[in-house]
Design a protein around this ligand. Structure first.
Ligand code: PBG
Length: 364
């Protein structure tokens, strides 16, 4: 077919071609656009060399912190059923695991204990007991691997017979009575050799209380990675399975952690928490969870000068693993993309159960 076509602007364009009107229209459109298109973002996506050259965000293994679960005993390695690929170890096996991770280039670890029910009480006194297997394990890890950065967990829940992060009095979480308990826990952990302490309890004033007590006992170099904006999230499930640390259900006490963890609807509150932690002497500000809270990571990164940590929590990892096991997503592609997105949002340190897999992936 042939014909005379006019442009949108009305000026006649005499093109006699043996093509369909549709194709002709497309060619005219193309010629018009070509004249305008000096800017073509695809030029910088043409080859792997160019894509790598202009890549804005890079995620190194040194940005990652690998969470490890510890239980008392020997020769134990149990997989967490709701978090496939993650295990609870006894210290002998854990030392071997850390050795393997160090060989892959990982250098930072955060350690969580699963405490036997009989050792739990209302005040979490086992947390500073000198026979405490968690404290002994930290000492062993630092003896064997003096160059790794070992981070602790400061909160009552693994040790509490109520399963709360704070001390429960008259059916309520008592903020100010919790602080001295956290202080004792902090000093015991510093003494055991942890490099950085991680208060995950969300009590008001705990960073300042810990800093004061640590300094008093001479632990001026022990850092604090504060769980600054920790949300009352549905995504902690597999973690609580791993440690058996959920709030107990057969008592007249709160069944959730909403009176101390933040409302997922709030972002200004994260700024208030960050301001307080900064004033109280925190060395890191953490956002937790990570993926549903990328805006909070970015908000803190833009407003504060301290390094920002993000906890890519158990449920977030479990979701991705489940989809991959179903064949719905490809782990080798989705896992690095997920971690990169947390880094791009502004996280300097990322705590993730994928740390070891990422280190292996980088080596490939
Ligand atoms: C509790 C604590 C929790 C996590 C880290 N420390 C769970 C909670 O607040 O109930 C969750 C981490 C994860 O889900 O990976 N102090």
């Amino acid at each position: 077919m042939s014909g005379v076509l006019s442009t949108e602007h009305g000026s006649a364009l005499n093109v006699y071609l043996d093509v369909t009107p549709g194709l002709l229209q497309g060619m005219i459109q193309y010629r018009k656009e070509k004249r305008k298109m000096h800017k073509r973002p695809r030029r910088n996506r043409q080859s792997q060399a160019i894509r790598d050259m202009v890549q804005e965000t890079r995620l190194n293994v040194s940005n990652l912190v690998y969470p490890l679960f510890l239980e008392d005993g020997k020769n134990i390695k149990v997989e967490i059923s709701s978090l496939p690929g993650t295990f609870r170890f006894s210290i002998d096996k854990l030392l071997r695991e850390i050795d393997a991770c160090v060989k892959l280039g990982l250098r930072s670890f955060i350690l969580f204990p699963k405490v036997n029910g009989q050792l739990k009480d209302a005040q979490g006194t086992y947390s500073w007991d000198e026979k405490n297997f968690y404290l002994k394990a930290a000492k062993k890890i630092k003896e064997k691997f003096p160059n790794v950065c070992l981070i602790s967990d400061v909160a009552l829940d693994p040790y509490s017979s109520d399963g709360h992060d704070g001390f429960v009095k008259d059916g309520k979480i008592d903020n100010d009575l919790t602080l001295p308990l956290l202080q004792r826990m902090a000093v015991a952990q510093a003494q055991a050799g942890f490099d950085i302490l991680g208060p995950s309890d969300m009590m008001d004033g705990r960073v300042g209380a810990m800093r004061t007590e640590l300094d008093k006992f001479g632990y001026k170099d022990t850092g604090i990675m504060s769980y600054t904006a920790k949300y009352a999230s549905a995504y902690y499930g597999p973690f609580r399975d791993a440690l058996d640390s959920a709030p107990v259900i057969n008592k007249e006490i709160p069944k959730d952690k909403k009176s101390y963890q933040m409302n997922p609807a709030n972002s200004k509150e994260a700024l208030i928490e960050a301001e307080l932690d900064t004033q109280e002497g925190a060395d890191f500000l953490m956002v937790k969870p990570a993926l549903n809270y990328l805006d909070i990571i970015s908000l803190l990164k833009q407003n504060f000068d301290l390094p920002i940590a993000a906890y890519h929590v158990s449920g977030e990892c479990a979701m991705l693993i489940a989809a991959c096991q179903n064949g719905w997503l490809n782990y080798e592609v989705a896992m690095p993309e997920t971690l990169l997105s947390i880094r791009r949002a502004g996280a300097d340190a990322i705590l993730t159960y994928f740390a070891k897999d990422y280190a292996k992936w980088v080596k490939k």
